[in-house]
Every structure is written in C-alpha cells, then in structure tokens.
Write a protein that binds this ligand. Sequence first.
Ligand code: NAD
Length: 284
Amino acid sequence: MSIQTIGIIGAGTMGSGIAQACAVVGVNSVIQDVSDEALERATRTVSGSLDRLIKKGTMTEAEKAAAIARIRTTAKPEDFRDCDLIIEAATENQDLKVRILQNVDSIARPEAIIATNTSSISITRLAAATRRPERFVGMHFFNPVPVMALVEIISGLRTSQATVDTVTELAKRLGKTPIGVKNSAGFVVNRILCPMINEAIFTLQDGLASAEEIDAGMKLGCNHPIGPLALCDLIGLDVELAVMEVLYNAFSDSKYRPAPLLKEMVDAGLLGRKTGRGFYVYEK
Ligand SMILES: NC(=O)c1ccc[n+]([C@@H]2O[C@H](COP(=O)([O-])OP(=O)(O)OC[C@H]3O[C@@H](n4cnc5c(N)ncnc54)[C@H](O)[C@@H]3O)[C@@H](O)[C@H]2O)c1
C-alpha cells in the first residue's frame, strides 16, 4: 500500500514536525489535538520553520504556500476516516495512548495502518489496544523531525512484514533513514541516550560541575554536537522523565532510576525550551 494521506494525533513538538516533513515532500496530513492552542502553535511553528528555509534560499514562497496547504488541522478524530496511516504523537502516557488508540481504531478504515511515535512504551502492548495488531507499528521520529535523519521502525510481536515495508518506504519518501528495531523498552536509541542524559543530571545534582561545564565536557570530550542538558531541554524534561520511568519499570534495574533533580524540575514546571526554562533559560 502506498501512503497518500496521513493523520497525526497530537500537534506538539513531534506532531508538527512530522506534518512539516510530510508537507515538504508533497504528502497531505491532518493533525488533530484536544488543544486549539496547540493546533494554532503547530501552524505557526511550521510556518516559521519554512520561513527560515526561504531565508536560506532553499525554499521559495510558492513552495512554502503549497506545503502549508497540505496540512489541515482539526479537533475531531473523526477526520481520520480517509487516512491510509495515522501516526499517534500525543503526550507520553500509556493510559492516554491506549484510550486514543482504541478510539482511532474504531474510526480508521480497516486497511489503514496505525503507528505510534512513542519514545519508550511497548509497541506490542499499544498494538493490543487495537483490533489490528498486524497493522500497528512504531515509527519513532527524532527531534527536530525536519532535521533529524533517523526513524526507528519498531515491530511489535504481531506487526506484519507488509506493515513494516509500507512505513519503511514512507520514511524513505520523507528523506529519512529507517532502521528496523525489535520491540523492547526504549528501543535502541533512547535505551542508550536517556540514561546518558539522566547521568548528566546526576552530575549536576551532585555539584560536580555547572550545566555549561557538563555540556562543554560532552561536546569537547566526546564530540557530541550538543551537550546532554541542552539536549534534555530540547527533548522536554517531562519526556526524559517519562522514558526513564518506563526503562526503570521495564527492566526492574536501579541503574535506570530517574535523577531526583529531574523529578523536582518537572514538578516545578521547568520542562525545557517549551516552557522557556529548563537547565537553561530561553527567550519566549
Ligand atoms: N520531544 C521529543 O524529543 C520526542 C522525540 C521522539 C518521540 N517523542 C514522543 O512523541 C510523542 C509526543 O511528544 P511531544 O514532545 O511532541 O509532546 P508535546 O507535549 O509537545 O505534545 C503532545 C501533544 O499531544 C496533545 N494531546 C494530549 N492528549 C491528546 C488527545 N487525547 N488527543 C490528541 N492530542 C492530545 C497535547 O495537547 C499536545 O499538544 C510522545 O510519545 C513522545 O514520547 C518525543
């Protein structure tokens, strides 16, 4: 099956990025969110991001207008009826995702594929919330989606090869490099990355160095393009905490315990770039 129209659940950081990646290669999408404000922000974010491409000379005004016209926003999941693929990119919370997926399963055409962009929750478990586990798959994009080349394609226990092939082809059409991954908490990249960020937070909490020094250490000493704390601000501290909790529960291993400072900052609403403050302060 070749994917023509995509539904995206959640108009946050990832949902808007996926919509932009689709729009610039000519794929139509409809983004749904429970928050009107998130839908408006998503439209503004995509527009601003495409303006930067115009400034750089890699996109024309006409191309931008065509791309924007390919993105529709809605408050109603019923608007997913005609979609070939629906990508769930809502808040990282298992109960919420199960409810969303049960609802979308009842709305989507029987032959449509449902994918989830979860950072860490079991694909097999989320697939079981639907009546189409063979046509359910993980499509794990990276942030910022328009820039990052990787998509992890995660097979649940019952995901069919045809489903994997279809979404792999779509990822390539979006200009991405897909890698196939077996279902396991955190998949591959977050299983490695999130404990590294969590450890950086422990080093900050233990007063070993300042945030700037920790980030400089990892940039200059390990050749990372961005320090772990700045990366955590970009990802969102709430998302980092949710992933660590999933790893901790899945493996029952204390090496995955979230840093207390991370929990404190999430409780305080210091979620990183999206709230204007995390380990660093950002202009709104
Ligand atoms: N931020 C990252 O770096 C990153 C990277 C890869 C994957 N992910 C995953 O992508 C998903 C989304 O993350 P995000 O960073 O975009 O989060 P976000 O907080 O920026 O956006 C989530 C959006 O989901 C919406 N939402 C909540 N309940 C909803 C519902 N019932 N129906 C429709 N929309 C609903 C919220 O209003 C919000 O706009 C999560 O599963 C996360 O783990 C995030």
